[in-house]
Design a protein around this ligand. Structure first.
Ligand code: LMR
Length: 339
């Protein structure tokens, strides 16, 4: 009896020690939240900047103690080109570069850079949410990147210091900064412009120092980075789209505890819905602020003037049919036709 009691005590003590160890270890694990470093290049006031902050706030509230999301804006950690390497080596866990920045890995994504490809935002969202979007996400998978969502910025406008742009011929001879995308290079070449690839973080000083004459971007990027202060003219062309792929490292994501992953995915859906409603408004507010500053001449085009740009850029779509994939271009055009 005594012996049994002793044995029982011993096993109880052993069980206690084991449990202590297990709970101790588990305690240690749960005491140390999983760090998610999210790097991007724009200002916190832009659609992407606000969406990233919202993602972090909701994740840090709802997964308190389990996850800690930190946002690094303004190219503080990496430029867009370098962030994708950083993501695959595990130096950061999340990023949201514009679609153009993926094109050396996934040239099909240049679909989103094609000038005048999307009739309106509705077509854009149908493309992202439909078969085309799903296929693009699958292509990313080959690079151990996992696409979590697509976030909006908006349509791009053309700014420069040489002359007011009212017709495609006005673009001739102007040196434009572009993101690294063959489509964007072809777009400016189609109208006799001189495209030059440059990281976003260098655009302001390149404009200021005259290394480039102009650039294309959304109102929010031009306002938040003060490009309007170093450009005499901006024309509202709405000729091309600027949107983002929110990506993570596939292995990192797969190893997250299931409940954490599920919650983060649901937050991502919420933030995507928010940005779709708010990105346009943020861009319009910042357009107004640029106009109010009086520092640059903002030109709006008539429908006939816009049509001239559409015609001038049209050959780019044909040139890239085989690179991007005719199936993708045709699918978007079918959606355009239904509008
Ligand atoms: C750019 O390089 O102009 C943009 O991709 C910046 C951004 O992330 O909006």
């Amino acid at each position: 009896m005594k012996e049994t009691f002793g044995k029982g005590m011993k096993s109880l003590v052993a069980a206690g020690v084991a449990a202590g160890l297990i709970f101790g270890v588990a305690g240690m694990v749960s005491a140390k939240p999983i760090k998610i470093r999210f790097s991007h290049v724009v200002a916190p006031t832009t659609p992407k900047g606000q969406a990233a902050d919202m993602f972090a706030r909701l994740a840090n509230e709802r997964l308190k103690g389990k996850v800690e999301v930190q946002i690094f804006p303004n190219s503080q950690l990496y430029t867009d080109k370098k962030v994708l390497d950083a993501l695959s080596s595990g130096s950061v866990e999340m990023a949201a570069p514009s679609t153009a920045k993926f094109t050396s890995w996934v040239p099909q994504l240049q679909l989103f850079d094609l000038p005048f490809m999307f009739k309106n935002r509705e077509v854009l969202y149908q493309t992202m949410d439909g078969e085309v979007g799903r296929k693009m996400f699958k292509l990313l998978g080959k690079k151990n990147m996992l696409g979590l969502s697509m976030w909006d910025n908006g349509f791009k406008q053309i700014g420069n210091n040489t002359r007011e742009i009212k017709t495609p011929a006005d673009l001739k001879g102007i040196k434009f900064r572009i993101m690294s995308s063959k489509v964007l290079e072809a777009q400016f070449k189609a109208v006799g412009g001189n495209p030059l690839v440059m990281p976003f973080s260098e655009v302001y000083s390149a404009l200021e120092q005259g290394v480039i004459d102009g650039q294309e971007n959304t109102w929010s990027n031009m306002y938040s980075k003060k490009f309007f202060e170093v450009q005499k003219y901006i024309t509202e062309t709405n000729h091309g789209y600027l949107g983002y792929l929110v990506v993570t490292n596939a292995q990192f994501w797969a190893h997250l505890p299931k409940d954490v992953r599920t919650e983060l995915e649901s937050i991502m859906k919420e933030v995507t819905a928010w940005i779709r409603v708010n990105a346009y408004k943020i861009n319009q507010d910042m357009k107004q602020k640029i106009i109010d500053s009086g520092k640059t001449k903002v030109t709006e085009l008539t429908e006939a003037e816009k049509e001239a740009f559409r015609i001038a850029f049209k050959p780019v779509q044909d040139e890239f049919r085989s690179v991007i994939g005719a199936e993708y271009i045709d699918a978007v055009n079918a959606l355009n036709d239904k509008q």
